[in-house]
Design a protein around this ligand. Structure first.
Ligand code: ATP
Ligand code: MG
Length: 562
């Protein structure tokens, strides 16, 4: 892969994160022959979100940094919720983020091996078939202080267990009738070690193995063994798996196979959104949003449609760092990262969201003046373009007021303002309808101020954007805001649904008028509408009918509110 995953200047300054410190120690000690191998292990039961992006950057970035490998492994051990639609979307999103996996694996490819290993554990007296229901198991589980009650099936003979387990595989029992459990320690203070379930019976079709299996391994039994088979050296996962680590290690030791090291870090949480796949799925299914790629979703495809770039997300992941304790990161930081990236890359254009007509009474009728406009002041190589000006233009309704407060530098009766790249104009007449609403302004322009220069050095402080009425193109503009109105939408009292915190104003649409260079634009391209924000061309656009999503405003208006 390219330089994508290399250590950034920022990371160098910060020093090593704690995971890299562990890895470097292992390399120094010659562990695994100095080899480094990670993996990104999504369950294909939903679309990836910004939290997964953090994990992707960390796993792929770590492999790159130490000249190792990072594989993509689908953790597809739960047939009921998984689907190939998700597999495809996950692959696309990782690629889009700029990462290429060394190999692509599926936990379901190891089902036979897992089965044989389970047989081995039965033979070693370390696993048994249990007839208790899930409820009975929970009832007997004990508390951290009080040991679990042994299952009445705990002392089945090896022969009996082998026979029952084989018959479980053959489909002789119904769902939930039997499980295979590891025989570990009923008094362990770690509840995960109290004879955890390794296999359950599920007569369900799997998206890859079809109806070949009716017993499926549990996460705890499948994950470590998958890591081991693939030769993973450092199995990076989120903090909630810390308490699972003794079990992860127990299976590997009992089977005497290659031992990867599990290292946990804090999962990424973002404010003003929810991140659990269950909730995101609910928002999609119940049409609170238009789909997984709704630009308000924290999913990678949602962020992409919103106008986020891979660079901005990678940069964000890096700025967030690797924490050992759970915390909530501000969405403002993500927005900062996309502003920073688009400021460098996005072409500037003029567009008016809420148009107000202005007639320049002294400008010749029928004349079009082609003005020079700069595409990006941050990048000269992006050049200039021609911008048509004519007698009738539109300005932003908000850029005019009849009763200007002090220090109001935009347009008001009698005031002079600069039209970006064009002329200085003065407002002489305000036209209103019967309801008293302003419908039109009549202005004169200083014909000697072409390009926006003041011809005699007089000061004109305000500059506003505009479009030529005759040349402008109507565009649908989708103005997105945060999906939730509160920092932590999940924080609701018992019995109250988190959806009460949904922001009813998270999407507003407007018909904007934009300059003619935006007539035929390519979906995914980001622009800066001067003075308004960054906007990205939506795939719903058709020839001559652009649709724009507001990616982010130019300034952070939320942080100010607090
Ligand atoms: P669920 O368990 O609800 O299916 P999940 O978020 O755990 O969802 P996985 O597909 O299991 O989803 O996650 C794949 C990888 O991404 C795992 O290694 C997981 O730890 C990591 N990951 C998931 N969410 C986050 C997050 N918010 N921050 C960092 N890493 C995450
Ligand atoms: Mg998971």
């Amino acid at each position: 892969m390219s330089a994508l995953n290399q250590l950034s200047v920022e990371e160098q300054k910060q020093g090593l994160n704690f995971i890299h410190a562990v890895i470097e120690e292992d390399i120094r000690n010659g562990k695994n022959g100095g080899r480094v191998q990670t993996r990104f292990p999504p369950e294909p039961n939903g679309y990836l979100h910004i939290g997964h992006a953090k994990s992707i950057c960390l796993n792929f970035g770590t492999a790159r940094k130490y000249g190792g490998k990072c594989n993509l492994r689908f953790d597809d051990t739960n047939p009921v919720k998984e689907d190939t639609e998700y597999v495809d979307a996950i692959r696309e999103d990782i690629n889009w983020l700029g990462f290429r996996w060394d190999a692509e694996y599926y936990a379901s490819d190891y089902f036979e091996r897992f089965y044989q290993w389970a047989v081995e554990l039965i033979e070693k007296g370390k696993a048994y078939v249990c007839d208790l229901s899930q409820e009975e198991m929970s009832r007997d589980r004990g508390t951290p202080q009080k040991p679990a009650t042994p299952s009445p099936y705990r002392n089945r003979t090896v022969a009996e267990n082998l026979d029952l387990f084989e018959r479980m595989r053959k489909g002789e029992f119904r769902d939930g009738e039997k499980t295979l459990r590891a025989k570990i320690d009923l008094a362990s203070p770690n509840m995960h070690m109290r004879d955890p379930v390794m296999y359950r019976i599920l007569h369900a079709e799997h998206h890859r193995t079809g109806n070949k299996w009716c017993i499926y391994p549990m996460y705890d039994y499948a994950h470590g063994q998958s890591d081991s088979i693939e030769g993973v050296t450092h199995s990076i996962c989120t903090l909630e798996f810390e308490v699972h680590r003794p079990l992860y290690d127990w299976f590997i030791r009992a089977l005497e196979i290659h031992a990867p090291q599990q290292i946990e870090f804090a999962r990424l949480n973002l404010d003003y959104t929810v991140m659990s796949k269950r909730k995101l799925l609910e928002l999609v299914k119940n049409k609170y949003v238009s789909g997984w790629d709704d630009p308000r979703m924290p999913t990678i495809c949602g962020l992409r449609r919103r106008g986020y770039t891979p660079e901005s997300i990678r940069n964000f992941a890096e700025k967030v760092g690797v924490a050992k304790r759970d915390n909530i990161i501000e969405l403002s930081l993500l927005e900062f990262c996309i502003r920073e990236d688009l400021n460098k890359k996005a072409a500037r254009v003029l567009g008016v969201l809420h148009p107000l007509k202005v007639i320049i009474t002294n400008f010749p009728e029928g004349k079009t003046d082609m003005l020079d406009a700069i595409n990006n002041p941050e990048d000269e190589t992006m050049g200039t373009r021609k911008l048509p000006f004519s007698r009738e233009i539109y300005i932003e309704r908000d850029d005019f007021t009849e009763n200007p407060p002090k220090k109001y530098f935009r347009l008001s009766p009698g005031a002079e303002v600069r039209l970006r790249y064009a002329y200085l104009i003065t407002c002489n007449e305000v036209v209103k309808n019967d309801d008293g609403e302003v419908t039109e302004l009549h202005c004169t322009c200083d014909l000697a101020s072409r390009g926006g220069q003041s011809p005699d050095g007089r000061k004109v402080k305000g500059t506003i954007h505009w479009v030529s009425a005759q040349h402008a193109i109507p565009a649908e503009v989708r103005l997105y805001d945060r999906l939730f109105t509160v920092e932590n939408p999940d924080d609701v009292p018992d019995g109250v649904d988190y959806k009460i915190n949904l922001n009813p104003d998270s999407l507003k649409t407007a018909t904007a008028l934009v300059e003619p260079c935006l007539k035929d634009v390519k979906a995914g391209t980001g622009y800066q509408f001067e003075r308004l924000g960054y906007f990205c061309v939506d795939p719903d656009s058709a020839a001559g009918k652009p649709v724009f999503n507001r990616t982010v405003t130019l300034k952070d208006s939320w942080t100010k509110q607090k």
